[in-house]
Design a protein around this ligand. Structure first.
Ligand code: ADP
Ligand code: MG
Ligand code: MG
Length: 912
C-alpha cells in the first residue's frame, strides 16, 4: 500500500504536457497522418497524408476535433488553443515568407471544416481570409491583376458574411446580380476590377446593415471568428439533420483546417476542379471529374458555371493533366480505394487540396470491388467490406418500362444517381414534403430545381427522384442522392426552371407543379409524362460474383416475410432461405374472403362460426399450397390469426353514417337491420387499447375453432404438396404468448389437428410448433415457454413497442425531440435497441436454449433488414433473421460481413 505524503492540490499541480491541439503540415512533412481521422477529421488526415507523400499540398495546420468538443462543452476556446494557433500561424508565415494579411506579399488562407465523416455541404469553408482594404491593394499590385484581387476580396466578404455573420446569401447575390445587370455582364468573370471594387463597397454596406458592425479588417480577428464559426456550424440544423440520417454521432466534433491559399482565379492558366479516380456512378475504370479555368473553389460544385469534363484538361494543359493522373493513381494505390479529390492550378502549377475515399452507388461499389481484386489492389476478403449492405438496394431499383409507352425525351442531363423515378413535379423542398405526404401513403414527387442546396435536404429525403437544370456530377444534388440511393439527374441544361414562378420550361412546353414526369438516373434522360417502371432483377453477374465471395462466411440464415405466393417468389429470387413470417390475416382481407371472415366474426354460436370457417378453409389451403411449392425445401413459418377482430369489420363511424343516411332516406330498407347488427358487434368488439387487447393467441384461446381451421389448412396443404414430391417444412407460429399455459393450449390444438389430418390422408410431414416472442413477460419466462415451443421468433416490432411502451404508429409525435435532445440515438423501430430490447432477445434466447438445446431462434421484425440489427443477431447467436423480400440481399451481406469480421478479426473496414 502506498501512502502518498503529497497533498492533494500538489498532485494536480504536477505539470502535464498540454494537449496538442494543432497539427502542422507543410515543408514536406506533417505532424499528423492519414490514420488520425478522429482527431484531424477526414480532410485534415488526408492533407497530412498527402503532405507526407511529398505531393504538392499548400501548407497549413489542422486544429483538432478536441478543440471543437471543448467549444461545445464550454462555449469558448481556451487560451491554450489560441496560443497554439498563433504559434502555428507564425510557423506558417515563416515557411511561406509572408504575413497573414500584411505586407506587400500578404499571406491568405482558407479556413475549412472537416469532420471524421465527410458531410457534403454541411459546413462552409471560407477562402481568401486575410484580405482587407490594405492587403487587397497589395495583392492587386503583386499579382498585377486588380480584377483578381477584388474578386478574391468580394468572395471573402460574401463567404465570411454568410458563414460567420449569418447574413442571408441572397443579400449578397442581389448586389452581385444587380451589378452584372448594370454592367451587362453575362458571366461572373465579365465583371472588371472597377465593377468588383464597387461590389466590395456595397458588400461592406450589406455587412454593416445586417451584422451591425464593419467587416473585420484585422486578419487575426477574421481567423478567430472563422474558426469559431466552423465549430458552431457543427451544431447547425443542416449538419444535425445530415448526421441523423447517416447515423453519425453528434459528439465527434469537427476539425478546422487553416491552409495557405492557392489561386485558381489568377487568369487563364489557373483553374480548379474535382474528380474521381473511377466513375462513381457505374464503377467503370475511367478518370472522372470536372473543372473550370479561371475559377475558385466552390464555383465547380455550386453549379454557377457548368464545368468542363476533366478529360478536356488534357487538351488545355497536357502537362498538368499528366501530373494529376499520376498523383491521383498514386493516391488510389496508396489508399487502396477510389479517391475523390480536389485540385487547383495556379498559373500552370498543380496543387492538391483534398483526397478521400469517394462515395459511390451500390452498383459502382460492387464493380470497383471486383476490379480492385482483379488488379491485385485488395483481397476478396477486403472487397466484402467495400459495399455497404444498404447499397445493394441499387440492384433492386426500378427501371423505366421502355416498351409499353411512348417516350418523349424532354432533356438529357447527367446520370448522377441510378434508378428510375416517376412522379409529380414540385419546385421546393417544402412542397415536396407537403405533396409526398406521410411515409406509409407516399405520393411520388420529383423535386425539380435549378440546383439543390443543403437547405433542400428534407425535400430530397421524401422525393422519389431529383432533377436539376444546373450542376455537374459532383454537385450537391448528385453527391447527396448517391448517398441516399435515390434516382437523380443533374445539369439538364435544356430545362429552364423557375422556382419562383413554379414552372419548368422546355422549348415551348411549360410544366407546373403536379405535372407528371419520368426521370432515368441511369441514362440521364428526362421524359414527359408518367411511364411505368419495371422492377429490377437481382440477376446480375457482378452481383453474383461479389456475393459468392461474401456468402461463404455467413452463418446466420436469411428468410423473408411473405404472405402471398408472388412475394415468396420474389423472396426466393433475392436468395431468401425460407419464410420467417407468413401472416395469414392478410389472406382474409381479399374481397372474396372478407365476407366469410365477417360472417365468422358475426356468428353468435360456435356452430355458425365453424360454418363460416369451413368456407375459408379451402382458400387458406390454396394459399399455403402456393407458398409451400415456391419454398420447396425451405422452412415456412405461418402465424395463426393475430389482429383484433374489429379490424375485419367496417369502421364504427362509417357504419353510423351509413345507418343515419338510410334512416333519413329509406327508413324501410331491409339493409338497415343488418347494418344495425354489425354496428352492435363492432361496439361489442370495441377496445380501448386494441394493440394490447383481444388479439394474438388470446383469440385462438377464446375461439379454438379458428386455430383448428388454420392448422387444418396448413397440414392439408403440406400433405398435398408433399404427395407431389415437394419438400415442406411448416412451422406453425403462435403469436403474442406471455405464459407457458397459453403456448401449451394452442400447441395442443395444432398438434391434435396435425394428427387428425395425417391419419385422414395417411401421410405425415415434419413440422414444428413455436411462438413469437413479443412481450417482455415472454422473454422473462422463455425457459418455460420453450418447454412447449420448438422455436422462437422475436417479433421485434411489437417487442420494441411493449418494452419501451412506445406506440409505433404514434412515436413520430415525440421521436424528433428525443433524437434532437440525444435521449435516443436512433429510431428504435428502425435499428434494434441493443441495450434494452436486444438484452431481452439475448436473455430469452439463452433461457430458451437451456430448456431446449436445439431451439431454433430468429427475428421477424422490420429490424431483420437493418444491417446493424442483423449484426447484433449474428453476435448473439440467432439462427436466422427474416425481413421483407427487398431487404433480403442487404441482410445477407450484413450477416456475411458480421461473420467475416469475426473470422478475419477485422473491424468492419467499411468505406464511410
Ligand atoms: P467542402 O468540404 O465543402 O468540399 P473544402 O474545404 O474542401 O469544402 O473547400 C471548398 C472549396 O474551396 C474546394 O473547392 C476547395 O478545393 C477550395 N479550397 C479550400 N482551401 C483552399 C486553398 N487553400 N486554396 C485554394 N482553394 C481552396
Ligand atoms: Mg463545404
Ligand atoms: Mg472539399
Amino acid at each position: 500500500m502506498s501512502t502518498s505524503t503529497m497533498p492533494q492540490d500538489k498532485i494536480h499541480a504536477v505539470p502535464s504536457t498540454p494537449t496538442q491541439y494543432i497539427y502542422f503540415f507543410g515543408g514536406g512533412k506533417a505532424e499528423g497522418n492519414g490514420k488520425m481521422k478522429d482527431a484531424l477529421g477526414g480532410k485534415g488526415a488526408g492533407l497530412a497524408e498527402m503532405t507526407n507523400a511529398a505531393l504538392p499540398v499548400p501548407p497549413g495546420f489542422t486544429i483538432q476535433t478536441e478543440a471543437c468538443r471543448e467549444y461545445m462543452r464550454s462555449g469558448k476556446v481556451s487560451p491554450e488553443i489560441d496560443r497554439q494557433m498563433d504559434e502555428a500561424m507564425h510557423r506558417l508565415e515563416t515557411l511561406q515568407g509572408q504575413h497573414l494579411g500584411r505586407g506587400d506579399n500578404p499571406l491568405l488562407v482558407s479556413v475549412r471544416s472537416g469532420a471524421k465523416f465527410s458531410m457534403p455541404g454541411m459546413m462552409d469553408t471560407i477562402l481568401n481570409l486575410g484580405l482587407n482594404d490594405q492587403s487587397v491593394a497589395a495583392l492587386a499590385e503583386r499579382s498585377k491583376s486588380a480584377r483578381f484581387a477584388y474578386d478574391s476580396y468580394r468572395r471573402l466578404i460574401q463567404m465570411f458574411g454568410s458563414v460567420v455573420l449569418e447574413i442571408p446569401k441572397s443579400e449578397f447575390e442581389e448586389v452581385f446580380d444587380a451589378k452584372k445587370k448594370q454592367k451587362k455582364a453575362k458571366l461572373d468573370m465579365d465583371l472588371d476590377a472597377k465593377a468588383l471594387q464597387e461590389v466590395v463597397a456595397e458588400y461592406k454596406k450589406v455587412v454593416k446593415k445586417h451584422a451591425k458592425r464593419d467587416f473585420p479588417q484585422d486578419p487575426r480577428e477574421q481567423l478567430v471568428m472563422a474558426r469559431d464559426a466552423v465549430f458552431q456550424s457543427w451544431e447547425n440544423d443542416r449538419a444535425k439533420y445530415y448526421r441523423r440520417i447517416n447515423n453519425i454521432s453528434d459528439d465527434l466534433g469537427t476539425a478546422v483546417n487553416v491552409q495557405a491559399m492557392v489561386f485558381g482565379n489568377l487568369g487563364e492558366t489557373s483553374g480548379t476542379g474535382v474528380g474521381f479516380t473511377r466513375n462513381p456512378a457505374t464503377g467503370d475504370r475511367e478518370f472522372y471529374g470536372e473543372f473550370l479555368m479561371n475559377a475558385q473553389g466552390e464555383d465547380v460544385v455550386a453549379g454557377i458555371r457548368t464545368p468542363v469534363p476533366i478529360l478536356e484538361l488534357e487538351r488545355v494543359m497536357p502537362k498538368v493533366y499528366g501530373e494529376l493522373r499520376e498523383i491521383t493513381s498514386r493516391l488510389e494505390k496508396h489508399y487502396k480505394d477510389m479517391q475523390d479529390f480536389e485540385f487547383t492550378i495556379q498559373e500552370g502549377r498543380l496543387y492538391m487540396l483534398q483526397t478521400r475515399n469517394g462515395k459511390r452507388t451500390g452498383r459502382a461499389a460492387v464493380r470497383i470491388g471486383i476490379h480492385m481484386v482483379e488488379e491485385g489492389l485488395i483481397t476478396k476478403e477486403e472487397a466484402i467490406f467495400r459495399v455497404e449492405p444498404n447499397q445493394l438496394y441499387d440492384f433492386l431499383v426500378p427501371r423505366l418500362d421502355e416498351k409499353a409507352s411512348k417516350i418523349e425525351v424532354l432533356a438529357k442531363g447527367l446520370p448522377a444517381s441510378p434508378g428510375a423515378a416517376v412522379g409529380q413535379i414540385v419546385f421546393s423542398a417544402d412542397a415536396a414534403v407537403k405533396k409526398a405526404g406521410p411515409a406509409d401513403k407516399r405520393v411520388p414527387v420529383i423535386l425539380v430545381r435549378a440546383e439543390t442546396t443543403p437547405e433542400d435536404i428534407h425535400g430530397m429525403q421524401v422525393a422519389a427522384g431529383i432533377l436539376t437544370s444546373r450542376g455537374g456530377m459532383t454537385s450537391h444534388a448528385a453527391v447527396v442522392t448517391r448517398g441516399m440511393g435515390k434516382c437523380c439527374v443533374v445539369g439538364a441544361g435544356d430545362l429552364a426552371v423557375s422556382e419562383k414562378d413554379g414552372e419548368m420550361r422546355v422549348g415551348k412546353q411549360v410544366f407546373r407543379e403536379g405535372d407528371w414526369i419520368s426521370v432515368d438516373g441511369t441514362t440521364g434522360r428526362v421524359i414527359k409524362g408518367k411511364l411505368n417502371t419495371l422492377a429490377a432483377s437481382p440477376d446480375n453477374s457482378e452481383l453474383r460474383t461479389f456475393m459468392a465471395w461474401a456468402e461463404p462466411f455467413r452463418t446466420l440464415r436469411v428468410r423473408a416475410n411473405a404472405d402471398i405466393p408472388p412475394d415468396a417468389i420474389q423472396a426466393r429470387a433475392f436468395g431468401a432461405e425460407g419464410i420467417g413470417l407468413c401472416r395469414t390475416e392478410h389472406m382474409f382481407f381479399a374481397t372474396d374472403r372478407i365476407p366469410h371472415m365477417r360472417t365468422m366474426i358475426m356468428a353468435r354460436t360456435e356452430k355458425d362460426r365453424r360454418a363460416a370457417l369451413k368456407r375459408l378453409l379451402p382458400m387458406q389451403r390454396k394459399d399455403f399450397i402456393g407458398i409451400f411449392r415456391v419454398m420447396d425445401g425451405f422452412p415456412v413459418t405461418i402465424r395463426t390469426l393475430d389482429p383484433p377482430l374489429h379490424e375485419f369489420l367496417p369502421r364504427r363511424e362509417e357504419l353510423m353514417v351509413e345507418i343515419a343516411v338510410l334512416e333519413a332516406t329509406k327508413p324501410k330498407s331491409p339493409k338497415l337491420k343488418g347494418l344495425r347488427t354489425v354496428l352492435q358487434r363492432v361496439e361489442e368488439l370495441h377496445e380501448f387499447n386494441p394493440m394490447l387487447g383481444h388479439r394474438g393467441c388470446r383469440l385462438g384461446i377464446s375461439y379454438p375453432e379458428i386455430t383448428e381451421m388454420q392448422a387444418r389448412a396448413i397440414f392439408e396443404a403440406a400433405v398435398a404438396v408433399a404427395q407431389d414430391g415437394v419438400k415442406v417444412l411448416p412451422e406453425v407460429m403462435i403469436p403474442l404468448t406471455g405464459t407457458r399455459q397459453e403456448m401449451a393450449n394452442q400447441a395442443a390444438v395444432v398438434r391434435r389437428v396435425a394428427d387428425e389430418v395425417f391419419a385422414e390422408k395417411k401421410k405425415r410431414v415434419e413440422y414444428m410448433v413455436g411462438t413469437m416472442i413479443e412481450l417482455p413477460r415472454a422473454a422473462l419466462v422463455a425457459d418455460e415457454i420453450a418447454q412447449e415451443a420448438e422455436f422462437f421468433s422475436f417479433g421485434t416490432n411489437d417487442l420494441t413497442q411493449t418494452t419501451f411502451g412506445f406506440s409505433r404508429d404514434d412515436i413520430n409525435k415525440f421521436l424528433p425531440d428525443y433524437i434532437e435532445q440525444g435521449i435516443l440515438k436512433q429510431d428504435p423501430f428502425a435499428v434494434l435497441d441493443r441495450e434494452g430490447v436486444g438484452q431481452l432477445v439475448k436473455m430469452a434466447t439463452d433461457k430458451g436454449r437451456k430448456s431446449r438445446s436445439n431451439l431454433k431462434v430468429g427475428i421477424c421484425g422490420e429490424h431483420g433488414g437493418d444491417p446493424s440489427s442483423v449484426e447484433f443477431c449474428h453476435q448473439i447467436g440467432l439462427n436466422y433473421v427474416s425481413c421483407s423480400p427487398f431487404r433480403v440481399l442487404t441482410a445477407r451481406l450484413a450477416a456475411a460481413q458480421a461473420a467475416a469480421s469475426d473470422k478475419l478479426k477485422v473491424e468492419g473496414g467499411r468505406t464511410k
